[in-house]
Ligand binder design. Structure first.
Ligand code: PLP
Length: 451
């Protein structure tokens, strides 16, 4: 390893002294030294060593319009000057909250005309848990309180979001999950499909929902909550048969469907929402990240007319956050949505850069280390395998070192994300064709270097 510059060494020492990082083993982080990112523009970030690195993860699945857009900075500055903060509690509102709510009602599927604002995806999902239970209680059915979610799903790391998520590592700390959450199998054909074809496995995984409903009882279940594509779990793109079968199962039952669109929303899958890509009609939709392209923290829950009409008749919902619809964050989101619309970035993912990158990403499957390369819209994964064509043998079983995804996800001036033995990308929707070529070249070089 080359010696870091004095500037980097200074940042690292100060960071190590005081900063507890999210989702990090602090001992090993401080031994290695943190990665210091100092600037970003478009699809690129710069670290404190002056390296220019392609941001294949859009920050953390959020910078959909690319980094450093001056229009957002200007909108934020204007809003700061006019009204830097006011709350939306106790019957107050302000113009950015109104404008953002109106814009979201227009851009989301037709059943959504009302929105509850939160500050993040985790808060959005905590809101979901309380809202679906409040909905059923308001209808005189408080016993309908169980939420069914999926193993390996990620819905945030608050008590509620972390419980709804199905990650055992999160459940192992801090007393999660809270009661009343039931997890079923994920539609992860590559890892768990066994001898079944993807289509067979899609139906099988969906029927886990049916089984759980039969076991727990429809009269006790409030909602099924799922990401259209599981993101942090490893870009688990469900087989084509999965969502139609879930739809069939839920059509026969009185259970709410909640789509967690925190990653899949705002163009990521080639439509405004992943629900549209998979033709599902959720009753609630959690969102965050891409709504503001991460320029400022904001999220929320889209509430269908069916649910909102009941809640509006049920008195006060004792829930909310100081920063629900924070005016400056809302102004950033409004400007972000204007850019997504005016530059037709969602259409661009569907018709242009999406298909362009997908074809090249899927071609990585010819590499000896790659068991599968999948991508929908601009979110993709490659599954690394020690022994093609076995889908089940893991690097951990072979004792091979240096080939684990985590070790190679940041090489050749490209940020990818490692999840188990897979490498993930979700670049900005503004990615140029030339940048897509560079992304693929870097990913291939990383694979080649690893053999
Ligand atoms: N839901 C999904 C699908 C996510 O991917 C995430 C974050 O990655 C969250 C919820 C939590 O969002 P936040 O980190 O803003 O709390």
């Amino acid at each position: 390893m080359t010696k870091p510059s004095n500037v980097t060494a200074d940042y690292r020492a100060r960071d190590a002294a005081h900063h507890i990082h999210a989702f990090s083993d602090m001992k090993s982080l401080n031994a290695e030294g943190s990665r210091v990112v100092v600037r970003a523009e478009g699809s690129w970030i710069w670290d404190s060593e002056g390296n220019r690195i392609l941001d294949g993860m859009s920050g953390l699945w959020c910078v959909n319009i690319g980094h450093g857009r001056k229009e957002i900075a200007e909108a934020v500055q204007r809003q700061m000057a006019d009204l830097s903060f006011y709350n939306t509690f106790f019957k107050s509102t302000h113009p950015p909250a109104i404008e953002l709510a109106e814009t979201l009602a227009r851009l989301t599927p037709p059943q959504f005309n009302r929105v509850f604002f939160a500050g993040s995806g985790s808060e959005a999902n905590d809101t979901v848990i309380r809202m679906v239970r409040h909905y059923w209680a308001s209808l005189g059915k408080p016993e309908k309180s169980v939420l069914i979610a999926r193993k390996n799903a990620y819905h945030g790391s608050t008590l509620g979001g972390g419980s709804l998520g199905g990650m055992t590592s999160i459940h192992s700390q801090g007393g999660l999950p809270i009661p009343g959450i039931h997890h079923i199998a994920q539609p992860y054909w590559f890892g768990e499909g066994g001898e079944m074809s993807p289509d067979e496995f899609g139906v099988f995984a969906a029927r886990e929902l049916e089984k759980a409903i039969d076991e727990i009882g429809e009269d006790r279940i409030a909602a099924f909550v799922a990401e259209p594509i599981q993101g942090a779990g490893g870009v688990i793109i469900p087989p084509a048969t999965y969502w139609p079968e879930v739809k069939r199962i839920l059509a026969e039952r009185d259970i709410l469907l909640v789509a967690d669109e925190v990653i899949t929303g705002f163009g990521r899958t080639g439509n405004w929402f992943g629900s549209e890509t998979f033709e599902i009609e959720p009753d609630l939709m959690a969102f965050a990240k891409g709504v503001s392209s991460g320029y400022l923290p904001i999220g929320g829950v889209m509430v269908s007319d069916k649910v909102a009409d009941v809640l509006y008749g049920a008195g006060e919902f004792h829930h909310g956050f100081t920063y629900s619809a924070h005016p400056v964050a809302a102004a950033a989101a409004v400007e972000n949505l204007r850019i997504l619309e005016s530059e037709k970035l969602v259409e661009r993912v569907r018709d242009d850069i999406g298909p362009y990158l997908q074809a090249r990403w899927r071609a990585l499957a010819d590499h000896p280390l790659v068991g599968e390369a999948r991508m929908t819209g601009l979110m993709g994964a490659i599954e690394l395998v020690p022994n093609k064509p076995s889908r089940t043998e893991k690097f951990a079983d072979t004792g091979k070192v240096g080939t684990i995804a985590r070790d190679i996800s940041l090489r050749n001036n490209l940020v990818m994300r490692a999840v188990r033995d897979s490498l993930i990308i979700a670049p900005p929707l503004t990615l140029s064709h030339d940048e897509a070529d560079q992304l693929i070249a870097s990913a291939r070089k990383t694979l080649d270097d690893t053999q």
